[in-house]
Design a protein around this ligand. Structure first.
Ligand SMILES: [Cu+2]
Length: 487
Protein backbone atom coordinates (compact mmCIF):
# COMPACT_ATOMS: atom_id res chain seq x y z
CA UNK A 1 0.00 0.00 0.00
CA UNK A 2 1.19 3.43 -0.88
CA UNK A 3 2.09 5.63 2.05
CA UNK A 4 0.24 8.87 2.42
CA UNK A 5 2.50 11.58 1.12
CA UNK A 6 2.68 15.29 0.82
CA UNK A 7 5.24 17.44 -0.90
CA UNK A 8 8.07 18.77 1.18
CA UNK A 9 7.49 22.45 1.16
CA UNK A 10 9.92 25.11 0.21
CA UNK A 11 8.38 27.26 2.92
CA UNK A 12 9.86 24.79 5.36
CA UNK A 13 13.07 24.32 3.51
CA UNK A 14 13.96 27.85 2.56
CA UNK A 15 13.69 29.53 5.92
CA UNK A 16 16.40 31.99 5.09
CA UNK A 17 15.03 33.28 1.84
CA UNK A 18 11.43 33.18 2.99
CA UNK A 19 12.27 35.70 5.65
CA UNK A 20 13.98 38.05 3.27
CA UNK A 21 11.26 39.57 1.18
CA UNK A 22 12.31 42.37 -1.10
CA UNK A 23 11.69 46.03 -1.08
CA UNK A 24 12.05 48.23 -4.08
CA UNK A 25 14.72 50.67 -5.04
CA UNK A 26 14.25 52.68 -8.18
CA UNK A 27 17.96 53.19 -8.61
CA UNK A 28 19.30 49.71 -9.13
CA UNK A 29 18.48 46.07 -9.07
CA UNK A 30 17.66 45.26 -5.53
CA UNK A 31 19.96 42.96 -3.67
CA UNK A 32 20.33 45.12 -0.62
CA UNK A 33 19.19 42.53 1.90
CA UNK A 34 21.72 39.81 2.30
CA UNK A 35 20.64 36.22 1.82
CA UNK A 36 23.89 35.09 3.36
CA UNK A 37 22.05 32.83 5.73
CA UNK A 38 19.70 31.59 3.06
CA UNK A 39 20.57 27.97 2.81
CA UNK A 40 17.77 25.51 2.61
CA UNK A 41 15.92 25.34 5.92
CA UNK A 42 19.20 25.16 7.75
CA UNK A 43 20.19 22.15 5.67
CA UNK A 44 23.76 22.47 4.50
CA UNK A 45 25.43 19.85 2.41
CA UNK A 46 28.78 19.92 0.68
CA UNK A 47 28.24 20.51 -3.04
CA UNK A 48 28.46 17.20 -4.90
CA UNK A 49 31.19 17.44 -7.51
CA UNK A 50 30.56 14.78 -10.16
CA UNK A 51 33.48 12.45 -10.85
CA UNK A 52 35.64 13.75 -13.70
CA UNK A 53 35.75 11.09 -16.40
CA UNK A 54 38.53 11.39 -18.96
CA UNK A 55 38.04 8.00 -20.57
CA UNK A 56 40.94 5.91 -21.82
CA UNK A 57 42.89 6.29 -25.03
CA UNK A 58 42.85 3.38 -27.45
CA UNK A 59 44.41 3.72 -30.90
CA UNK A 60 43.86 7.48 -30.97
CA UNK A 61 40.28 7.34 -29.75
CA UNK A 62 39.17 8.45 -26.31
CA UNK A 63 36.75 5.84 -25.03
CA UNK A 64 34.09 6.30 -22.38
CA UNK A 65 31.83 3.70 -20.82
CA UNK A 66 28.48 4.99 -19.67
CA UNK A 67 25.90 2.86 -17.92
CA UNK A 68 22.38 4.29 -17.65
CA UNK A 69 20.89 2.76 -14.54
CA UNK A 70 18.24 2.87 -11.85
CA UNK A 71 19.45 4.02 -8.46
CA UNK A 72 18.50 5.30 -5.07
CA UNK A 73 19.53 8.77 -3.92
CA UNK A 74 19.43 10.39 -0.50
CA UNK A 75 18.77 14.06 -1.29
CA UNK A 76 17.33 14.53 2.18
CA UNK A 77 19.00 12.65 5.06
CA UNK A 78 17.07 9.49 5.88
CA UNK A 79 14.83 9.66 2.79
CA UNK A 80 15.43 7.19 -0.03
CA UNK A 81 14.55 8.57 -3.44
CA UNK A 82 14.39 6.30 -6.50
CA UNK A 83 16.28 8.03 -9.30
CA UNK A 84 18.10 7.32 -12.55
CA UNK A 85 21.67 8.14 -13.38
CA UNK A 86 24.68 7.41 -15.52
CA UNK A 87 27.43 5.40 -13.78
CA UNK A 88 25.69 6.36 -10.55
CA UNK A 89 22.33 6.92 -8.92
CA UNK A 90 21.53 10.45 -10.12
CA UNK A 91 22.97 12.44 -13.06
CA UNK A 92 26.31 11.35 -14.54
CA UNK A 93 30.03 11.97 -14.54
CA UNK A 94 31.51 15.12 -16.05
CA UNK A 95 33.32 13.98 -19.17
CA UNK A 96 36.29 15.91 -20.47
CA UNK A 97 37.02 15.93 -24.21
CA UNK A 98 39.88 17.60 -26.07
CA UNK A 99 39.15 19.57 -29.24
CA UNK A 100 39.88 17.57 -32.41
CA UNK A 101 39.96 14.27 -30.52
CA UNK A 102 37.98 11.25 -31.63
CA UNK A 103 35.69 9.90 -28.94
CA UNK A 104 33.71 6.71 -28.63
CA UNK A 105 30.93 6.50 -26.06
CA UNK A 106 29.83 3.01 -25.12
CA UNK A 107 26.36 3.70 -23.73
CA UNK A 108 24.72 0.73 -22.03
CA UNK A 109 21.06 0.89 -21.14
CA UNK A 110 20.58 -0.99 -17.87
CA UNK A 111 17.08 0.40 -17.39
CA UNK A 112 13.93 -1.61 -17.99
CA UNK A 113 12.80 0.95 -20.55
CA UNK A 114 14.09 2.48 -23.76
CA UNK A 115 16.22 5.58 -23.63
CA UNK A 116 18.64 7.69 -25.69
CA UNK A 117 21.63 9.89 -24.87
CA UNK A 118 22.01 13.14 -26.80
CA UNK A 119 25.27 15.13 -26.89
CA UNK A 120 23.83 18.61 -26.54
CA UNK A 121 25.73 21.32 -28.39
CA UNK A 122 27.97 19.08 -30.48
CA UNK A 123 28.62 19.22 -34.19
CA UNK A 124 28.51 15.57 -35.23
CA UNK A 125 26.99 13.12 -37.72
CA UNK A 126 23.22 12.64 -37.31
CA UNK A 127 23.67 8.93 -36.53
CA UNK A 128 25.83 9.85 -33.50
CA UNK A 129 23.55 12.63 -32.21
CA UNK A 130 21.61 10.54 -29.72
CA UNK A 131 18.27 12.09 -30.61
CA UNK A 132 14.89 10.35 -30.86
CA UNK A 133 16.07 8.14 -33.76
CA UNK A 134 18.98 6.60 -31.83
CA UNK A 135 16.93 4.56 -29.36
CA UNK A 136 18.87 2.31 -27.00
CA UNK A 137 16.83 -0.75 -26.07
CA UNK A 138 17.06 -2.14 -22.53
CA UNK A 139 20.08 -4.38 -22.10
CA UNK A 140 21.86 -3.10 -25.20
CA UNK A 141 24.86 -0.86 -25.81
CA UNK A 142 25.03 1.98 -28.33
CA UNK A 143 28.55 3.09 -29.32
CA UNK A 144 28.62 6.29 -31.35
CA UNK A 145 31.97 7.72 -32.43
CA UNK A 146 32.65 11.25 -33.49
CA UNK A 147 35.32 13.90 -33.68
CA UNK A 148 35.20 16.82 -31.24
CA UNK A 149 34.85 19.89 -33.41
CA UNK A 150 33.99 22.37 -30.72
CA UNK A 151 35.86 25.19 -29.12
CA UNK A 152 36.54 24.98 -25.39
CA UNK A 153 33.10 24.97 -23.82
CA UNK A 154 30.67 23.51 -21.34
CA UNK A 155 28.30 21.04 -22.98
CA UNK A 156 25.95 18.43 -21.60
CA UNK A 157 24.24 15.16 -22.38
CA UNK A 158 20.74 13.97 -21.61
CA UNK A 159 17.96 11.61 -22.58
CA UNK A 160 16.11 12.60 -25.75
CA UNK A 161 13.59 9.78 -26.02
CA UNK A 162 10.56 10.75 -28.07
CA UNK A 163 7.73 11.73 -25.72
CA UNK A 164 9.73 10.69 -22.63
CA UNK A 165 12.56 13.19 -22.46
CA UNK A 166 10.98 15.18 -19.64
CA UNK A 167 10.33 12.16 -17.45
CA UNK A 168 13.80 10.67 -17.96
CA UNK A 169 15.70 13.92 -17.41
CA UNK A 170 13.60 14.58 -14.30
CA UNK A 171 14.67 11.17 -12.98
CA UNK A 172 18.32 12.09 -13.54
CA UNK A 173 19.49 11.05 -17.02
CA UNK A 174 21.79 13.99 -17.69
CA UNK A 175 25.40 15.00 -17.17
CA UNK A 176 27.90 17.67 -18.14
CA UNK A 177 30.83 17.75 -20.57
CA UNK A 178 33.89 19.98 -20.57
CA UNK A 179 35.62 20.57 -23.90
CA UNK A 180 39.15 21.93 -23.78
CA UNK A 181 41.28 23.50 -26.48
CA UNK A 182 44.67 25.19 -26.82
CA UNK A 183 43.21 28.68 -27.17
CA UNK A 184 41.47 28.40 -23.81
CA UNK A 185 44.44 26.74 -22.08
CA UNK A 186 46.67 29.65 -23.07
CA UNK A 187 44.40 32.06 -21.18
CA UNK A 188 45.24 30.63 -17.73
CA UNK A 189 41.63 30.77 -16.57
CA UNK A 190 40.70 29.02 -13.33
CA UNK A 191 40.74 25.41 -14.52
CA UNK A 192 41.51 23.06 -11.64
CA UNK A 193 38.52 20.74 -11.61
CA UNK A 194 36.60 20.80 -8.36
CA UNK A 195 38.86 23.49 -6.89
CA UNK A 196 38.43 26.69 -8.87
CA UNK A 197 36.58 25.26 -11.90
CA UNK A 198 33.24 23.84 -10.83
CA UNK A 199 30.51 22.30 -12.97
CA UNK A 200 27.08 23.11 -11.57
CA UNK A 201 23.88 21.59 -12.91
CA UNK A 202 21.00 23.74 -11.68
CA UNK A 203 17.69 21.93 -11.32
CA UNK A 204 14.58 21.88 -9.21
CA UNK A 205 12.55 18.93 -8.07
CA UNK A 206 9.62 18.07 -5.85
CA UNK A 207 10.20 15.35 -3.29
CA UNK A 208 7.37 13.76 -1.32
CA UNK A 209 7.56 12.88 2.36
CA UNK A 210 7.98 9.19 1.46
CA UNK A 211 11.13 10.17 -0.42
CA UNK A 212 9.80 9.70 -3.93
CA UNK A 213 10.33 12.26 -6.64
CA UNK A 214 7.57 11.22 -9.00
CA UNK A 215 7.21 12.64 -12.47
CA UNK A 216 3.53 13.45 -12.31
CA UNK A 217 2.94 16.68 -14.20
CA UNK A 218 -0.43 18.33 -13.84
CA UNK A 219 -2.13 19.97 -16.81
CA UNK A 220 -0.60 23.20 -15.55
CA UNK A 221 2.88 21.62 -15.46
CA UNK A 222 2.48 20.33 -19.00
CA UNK A 223 1.50 23.79 -20.04
CA UNK A 224 4.14 25.82 -18.18
CA UNK A 225 6.90 23.23 -17.93
CA UNK A 226 7.37 21.03 -14.89
CA UNK A 227 8.90 22.80 -11.92
CA UNK A 228 9.77 21.65 -8.43
CA UNK A 229 9.92 23.54 -5.18
CA UNK A 230 13.36 22.38 -4.08
CA UNK A 231 16.50 23.75 -5.73
CA UNK A 232 19.41 21.41 -6.41
CA UNK A 233 22.99 22.00 -7.51
CA UNK A 234 24.44 18.75 -8.89
CA UNK A 235 21.67 17.02 -6.97
CA UNK A 236 22.66 18.68 -3.69
CA UNK A 237 20.07 20.51 -1.61
CA UNK A 238 21.47 23.39 0.44
CA UNK A 239 24.81 23.11 -1.31
CA UNK A 240 27.87 24.73 0.21
CA UNK A 241 31.26 24.99 -1.47
CA UNK A 242 34.48 25.94 0.30
CA UNK A 243 36.33 28.37 -1.93
CA UNK A 244 40.13 28.41 -1.66
CA UNK A 245 41.04 30.81 -4.47
CA UNK A 246 40.30 34.50 -5.05
CA UNK A 247 38.55 33.73 -8.35
CA UNK A 248 36.24 30.81 -8.89
CA UNK A 249 34.83 29.70 -12.24
CA UNK A 250 31.33 28.24 -12.22
CA UNK A 251 30.17 26.29 -15.28
CA UNK A 252 26.43 26.74 -14.94
CA UNK A 253 23.97 24.50 -16.72
CA UNK A 254 20.24 24.99 -16.54
CA UNK A 255 19.33 21.31 -16.45
CA UNK A 256 15.77 21.93 -15.29
CA UNK A 257 12.71 20.70 -17.14
CA UNK A 258 10.74 23.90 -17.22
CA UNK A 259 12.32 26.58 -15.02
CA UNK A 260 13.94 29.64 -16.50
CA UNK A 261 16.37 30.86 -13.87
CA UNK A 262 17.33 34.45 -13.13
CA UNK A 263 20.76 34.02 -11.64
CA UNK A 264 22.65 36.38 -9.39
CA UNK A 265 24.25 36.53 -5.95
CA UNK A 266 22.56 37.10 -2.62
CA UNK A 267 24.69 40.12 -1.76
CA UNK A 268 24.29 41.66 -5.19
CA UNK A 269 27.93 41.24 -6.14
CA UNK A 270 28.57 41.25 -9.85
CA UNK A 271 30.27 38.43 -11.72
CA UNK A 272 31.92 38.14 -15.09
CA UNK A 273 30.35 35.96 -17.75
CA UNK A 274 33.15 34.42 -19.79
CA UNK A 275 31.37 31.80 -21.91
CA UNK A 276 28.00 31.06 -23.45
CA UNK A 277 26.69 27.70 -24.73
CA UNK A 278 29.37 27.05 -27.37
CA UNK A 279 32.45 28.55 -25.79
CA UNK A 280 34.28 31.61 -24.55
CA UNK A 281 33.04 35.10 -25.29
CA UNK A 282 35.33 37.61 -26.98
CA UNK A 283 35.81 39.33 -23.62
CA UNK A 284 34.49 38.93 -20.06
CA UNK A 285 31.18 40.72 -19.52
CA UNK A 286 30.40 42.07 -16.08
CA UNK A 287 26.86 41.25 -15.00
CA UNK A 288 24.76 41.34 -11.86
CA UNK A 289 21.89 39.17 -13.01
CA UNK A 290 21.53 36.75 -15.90
CA UNK A 291 18.68 34.71 -17.38
CA UNK A 292 19.50 31.04 -17.94
CA UNK A 293 16.87 28.94 -19.70
CA UNK A 294 16.63 25.14 -19.82
CA UNK A 295 19.44 23.82 -22.01
CA UNK A 296 21.60 26.95 -21.78
CA UNK A 297 25.04 27.10 -20.20
CA UNK A 298 27.04 30.05 -18.94
CA UNK A 299 30.49 30.10 -17.44
CA UNK A 300 30.95 32.82 -14.87
CA UNK A 301 33.90 33.93 -12.77
CA UNK A 302 33.19 35.18 -9.26
CA UNK A 303 35.61 37.29 -7.27
CA UNK A 304 35.75 36.01 -3.68
CA UNK A 305 38.74 38.08 -2.57
CA UNK A 306 36.63 40.04 -0.06
CA UNK A 307 36.42 36.83 1.99
CA UNK A 308 32.65 37.13 2.41
CA UNK A 309 30.17 34.31 1.92
CA UNK A 310 27.70 34.71 -0.92
CA UNK A 311 24.93 32.54 -2.33
CA UNK A 312 24.21 31.77 -5.97
CA UNK A 313 20.52 32.49 -6.13
CA UNK A 314 17.60 32.31 -8.53
CA UNK A 315 15.53 35.46 -8.24
CA UNK A 316 12.00 36.19 -9.28
CA UNK A 317 11.70 39.50 -11.03
CA UNK A 318 9.00 41.57 -9.37
CA UNK A 319 9.59 44.57 -11.62
CA UNK A 320 12.34 46.13 -13.71
CA UNK A 321 14.24 47.00 -10.58
CA UNK A 322 13.04 44.55 -7.96
CA UNK A 323 14.18 41.00 -7.54
CA UNK A 324 13.05 38.60 -4.89
CA UNK A 325 15.19 35.57 -3.96
CA UNK A 326 13.45 32.31 -4.82
CA UNK A 327 16.03 29.51 -4.79
CA UNK A 328 19.31 29.46 -2.86
CA UNK A 329 21.36 27.14 -5.06
CA UNK A 330 24.87 27.29 -3.72
CA UNK A 331 26.61 29.04 -0.88
CA UNK A 332 30.22 29.97 -1.61
CA UNK A 333 32.26 30.03 1.58
CA UNK A 334 35.76 31.44 1.16
CA UNK A 335 38.53 30.20 3.42
CA UNK A 336 40.66 32.50 5.59
CA UNK A 337 43.66 32.49 3.29
CA UNK A 338 42.69 32.48 -0.36
CA UNK A 339 45.25 31.53 -2.98
CA UNK A 340 45.56 34.43 -5.42
CA UNK A 341 44.23 33.57 -8.88
CA UNK A 342 45.62 34.89 -12.15
CA UNK A 343 43.77 38.02 -13.19
CA UNK A 344 41.16 37.41 -15.89
CA UNK A 345 42.49 38.33 -19.33
CA UNK A 346 40.77 41.27 -21.01
CA UNK A 347 40.40 39.28 -24.21
CA UNK A 348 39.15 35.70 -24.37
CA UNK A 349 38.27 33.87 -27.59
CA UNK A 350 38.75 35.13 -31.11
CA UNK A 351 35.32 35.05 -32.70
CA UNK A 352 34.58 35.94 -36.29
CA UNK A 353 31.96 38.67 -36.52
CA UNK A 354 28.43 37.45 -37.23
CA UNK A 355 27.62 39.03 -40.59
CA UNK A 356 24.01 38.82 -41.76
CA UNK A 357 25.05 39.67 -45.31
CA UNK A 358 26.79 36.29 -45.59
CA UNK A 359 23.44 34.52 -45.52
CA UNK A 360 21.98 33.41 -48.84
CA UNK A 361 18.75 31.98 -47.51
CA UNK A 362 16.21 32.72 -44.81
CA UNK A 363 14.09 30.15 -43.03
CA UNK A 364 11.26 30.97 -40.65
CA UNK A 365 10.24 29.16 -37.50
CA UNK A 366 7.09 30.23 -35.69
CA UNK A 367 6.61 28.82 -32.20
CA UNK A 368 3.01 28.78 -31.16
CA UNK A 369 0.48 27.27 -28.86
CA UNK A 370 -2.91 26.42 -30.18
CA UNK A 371 -6.11 25.41 -28.53
CA UNK A 372 -7.79 25.95 -25.24
CA UNK A 373 -5.85 27.14 -22.25
CA UNK A 374 -5.23 23.80 -20.55
CA UNK A 375 -5.42 21.63 -23.66
CA UNK A 376 -2.60 23.37 -25.47
CA UNK A 377 -1.03 22.02 -28.62
CA UNK A 378 2.57 23.17 -29.00
CA UNK A 379 3.66 23.72 -32.60
CA UNK A 380 6.48 24.98 -34.76
CA UNK A 381 5.28 26.35 -38.10
CA UNK A 382 1.80 25.07 -37.25
CA UNK A 383 2.81 21.42 -36.99
CA UNK A 384 3.77 19.10 -34.19
CA UNK A 385 6.73 16.76 -34.22
CA UNK A 386 6.24 13.67 -36.39
CA UNK A 387 9.08 11.15 -36.39
CA UNK A 388 8.23 10.30 -40.01
CA UNK A 389 8.32 13.84 -41.36
CA UNK A 390 11.47 15.77 -42.27
CA UNK A 391 10.39 19.37 -41.89
CA UNK A 392 13.42 21.10 -43.37
CA UNK A 393 16.26 20.10 -45.71
CA UNK A 394 19.17 22.49 -45.24
CA UNK A 395 21.83 22.71 -47.97
CA UNK A 396 25.35 22.01 -46.74
CA UNK A 397 27.93 24.82 -46.65
CA UNK A 398 25.27 27.48 -46.82
CA UNK A 399 24.97 30.34 -44.39
CA UNK A 400 21.35 30.93 -43.48
CA UNK A 401 19.34 33.28 -41.34
CA UNK A 402 16.77 31.50 -39.22
CA UNK A 403 14.03 33.89 -38.24
CA UNK A 404 12.46 32.77 -35.00
CA UNK A 405 9.16 34.10 -33.79
CA UNK A 406 7.48 33.27 -30.52
CA UNK A 407 3.81 33.88 -31.19
CA UNK A 408 2.68 32.41 -27.88
CA UNK A 409 2.23 33.99 -24.49
CA UNK A 410 4.96 32.03 -22.75
CA UNK A 411 8.73 31.84 -23.10
CA UNK A 412 10.40 29.11 -25.16
CA UNK A 413 14.13 28.32 -25.32
CA UNK A 414 14.72 27.24 -28.95
CA UNK A 415 17.52 24.69 -29.38
CA UNK A 416 19.10 23.58 -32.65
CA UNK A 417 21.12 20.36 -32.82
CA UNK A 418 24.47 19.97 -34.61
CA UNK A 419 25.43 23.63 -34.60
CA UNK A 420 26.60 26.64 -32.68
CA UNK A 421 24.83 29.66 -34.08
CA UNK A 422 25.16 33.39 -33.54
CA UNK A 423 22.37 35.74 -32.55
CA UNK A 424 22.00 38.60 -35.03
CA UNK A 425 19.26 40.52 -33.28
CA UNK A 426 16.18 40.41 -31.07
CA UNK A 427 13.14 42.33 -32.25
CA UNK A 428 15.43 44.10 -34.68
CA UNK A 429 17.87 45.28 -32.04
CA UNK A 430 21.44 44.05 -31.65
CA UNK A 431 22.09 41.90 -28.58
CA UNK A 432 24.49 42.74 -25.79
CA UNK A 433 28.05 41.39 -25.63
CA UNK A 434 26.94 38.61 -23.27
CA UNK A 435 24.86 37.14 -26.13
CA UNK A 436 27.31 37.67 -28.96
CA UNK A 437 29.13 34.37 -28.55
CA UNK A 438 28.39 30.86 -29.74
CA UNK A 439 24.92 29.61 -28.89
CA UNK A 440 22.86 26.48 -29.41
CA UNK A 441 19.81 27.54 -27.38
CA UNK A 442 18.10 30.93 -27.46
CA UNK A 443 15.41 32.07 -25.07
CA UNK A 444 12.46 33.69 -26.83
CA UNK A 445 10.21 35.72 -24.58
CA UNK A 446 6.47 35.94 -25.35
CA UNK A 447 5.92 37.72 -28.65
CA UNK A 448 9.65 38.03 -29.30
CA UNK A 449 11.37 37.62 -32.65
CA UNK A 450 15.04 36.87 -33.10
CA UNK A 451 17.32 36.18 -36.03
CA UNK A 452 20.14 33.67 -35.78
CA UNK A 453 22.93 32.91 -38.24
CA UNK A 454 23.45 29.22 -38.96
CA UNK A 455 25.78 27.22 -41.15
CA UNK A 456 26.11 23.44 -41.50
CA UNK A 457 29.44 22.52 -43.02
CA UNK A 458 29.34 18.75 -43.47
CA UNK A 459 27.87 15.43 -42.32
CA UNK A 460 25.25 15.38 -45.05
CA UNK A 461 22.63 12.66 -44.70
CA UNK A 462 19.37 12.92 -46.66
CA UNK A 463 17.57 10.39 -44.47
CA UNK A 464 18.61 10.88 -40.89
CA UNK A 465 17.52 14.19 -39.32
CA UNK A 466 18.64 16.44 -36.52
CA UNK A 467 16.16 18.15 -34.22
CA UNK A 468 15.21 21.73 -33.47
CA UNK A 469 12.90 22.18 -30.52
CA UNK A 470 11.80 24.04 -27.44
CA UNK A 471 13.99 22.99 -24.51
CA UNK A 472 11.16 23.21 -22.00
CA UNK A 473 11.00 19.45 -21.93
CA UNK A 474 7.23 19.24 -21.48
CA UNK A 475 6.78 21.42 -24.58
CA UNK A 476 9.25 19.29 -26.53
CA UNK A 477 7.42 16.11 -25.52
CA UNK A 478 4.13 17.77 -26.47
CA UNK A 479 5.33 18.27 -30.02
CA UNK A 480 7.21 21.57 -30.10
CA UNK A 481 9.98 19.98 -32.13
CA UNK A 482 10.84 19.53 -35.79
CA UNK A 483 13.39 17.66 -37.89
CA UNK A 484 15.95 18.87 -40.41
CA UNK A 485 18.44 17.13 -42.60
CA UNK A 486 21.70 18.53 -43.98
CA UNK A 487 21.87 17.68 -47.68
CU1 LIG B 1 8.45 25.86 -25.01
Amino acid sequence: MRAKTTALSRRNLLLGTAALGATGSAAALLFSQSTKAATVGGIKNPLAIPPLEEGRMDAGTRIFNLDIQDGVSEFVAGLKTPTKGINGAFLGPVMRFGAQENVRLNVTNSLREKTTLHWHGFHLPAHADGGPHQVIDPGTTWSPEFKIRQKASTMWYHSHLMGKTAEQVWAGIAGMIIVEDEEAKALDLPSTYGVDDIPIALQDRTILTDGTMPYAPTMHDNMMGMTGNIPMANGTIGAVFDVTTTLVRLRLLNGANGSIYTIGFSDGRSFRKIASDGGLLAQPVEMQVMALAPGERAEIVVDMSDGENTTLTHFVRLSQTELSPEFAFLELRPSQNLTPSNPLPAKLASLAPAVAAQAVNTRRFVLDMRGMMMMGRFTINDVQMDMNVINEAVPVNTTEIWELENRSRMSHPFHVHNTQFRILDRDGRPVGPEEQGLKDTILLRPGERARILTRFEDYTDPNLPYMYHCHILEHEDAGMMGQFTVV
